[in-house]
Design a protein around this ligand. Structure first.
Ligand code: ATP
Length: 243
């Protein structure tokens, strides 16, 4: 792999978007650290959407279209990087949107909801009464009519413990995570190993294009997707790249 001396243009604009997110009270400082981990993996996969990621995006669009109560979980990084695409996806698959944070703060949740409102989304915010079972701390707090009651949850940039808690409840979890080895990536039902800034627009496009597909065809697409194999393909791309 040829080392690059400068960050690509889009990675600079992602950093600027996150900086603005921090200034506006949307993004936590820890979000920068998480983003830095993502950038490292993005470099290793060649900073492009791979064939494996495209397959995962197609399966994810099918699963979201089949869902009875899909929910998109939005944290501070997601709101700063792709609030517009969250709104477009929610409209395309008829999903609820929930502001949900690892470092839960009322003020930040409200700032995220205000950001989503700019794109026409009325985001749910948990009132603190409903919790995911077997998960300690404030991270367990979810909205009863949102994530708690959902059958399919899209959790871009999620933490592994929460993904596991959602899976234990029998939910199908779609993750977007550049690290194919993270616990989130390993535990999700469908993992899109790609940068969220590239994956979300493609997911919106796919969901719109597949909207009129017969349910039986969507089910076939989901059934033929194997997350373990897909993750191995992403890992292979990384291994080849660093050889
Ligand atoms: P886990 O708990 O799942 O084992 P972790 O402790 O790294 O992983 P977090 O810090 O909560 O979890 O999540 C950050 C994850 O998000 C990292 O795996 C990182 O690679 C990924 N990530 C960060 N920025 C992006 C991005 N822009 N697009 C896709 N993935 C990203």
């Amino acid at each position: 792999m040829i080392p690059k001396s400068h960050p690509r243009h889009s990675s600079l604009s992602e950093r600027h978007a996150l900086e603005a997110g921090v200034r506006r009270g949307i993004t936590h400082m820890q979000g920068f650290i998480a983003h830095g981990r993502g950038e490292a993996f993005d470099y290793l996969i060649g900073e492009k959407t791979t064939a494996a990621a495209k397959n995962a995006i197609r399966a994810a669009a099918a699963l979201l279209l089949l869902a009875k109560q899909p929910v998109i979980s939005v944290n501070g990084n997601v709101a700063a990087l792709c609030a517009k695409e969250v709104a477009e996806l929610a409209a395309a698959v008829n999903a609820k949107v929930e502001a949900n944070l690892f470092y839960r703060r009322e003020k930040r949740l409200k700032a995220i909801a205000a950001e989503l409102k700019k794109f026409g989304v009325d985001a749910l915010i948990a009132n603190g009464k409903t919790k995911l079972p077997q998960l300690a701390s404030k991270r367990a707090i979810v909205s009863r009519e949102g994530i708690f009651s959902s059958d399919v949850v899209l959790v871009p940039l999620e933490d592994g413990d929460r993904t596991e808690a959602l899976r234990r409840m029998g939910k199908r979890v779609i993750a977007i995570d550049l690290n194919p080895l993270s616990r989130t990536a390993q535990k999700a039902s469908i993992t899109i190993v790609d940068n969220i800034t590239r994956a979300m627009p493609l997911l919106v496009k796919k969901a719109k294009a597949m909207k009129r597909m017969p349910a039986a065809d969507l089910r076939k697409l989901v059934a033929s997707f194997n997350n373990k194999i897909n993750l191995k393909q992403s890992l292979l791309i990384i291994r080849r790249g660093v050889r």
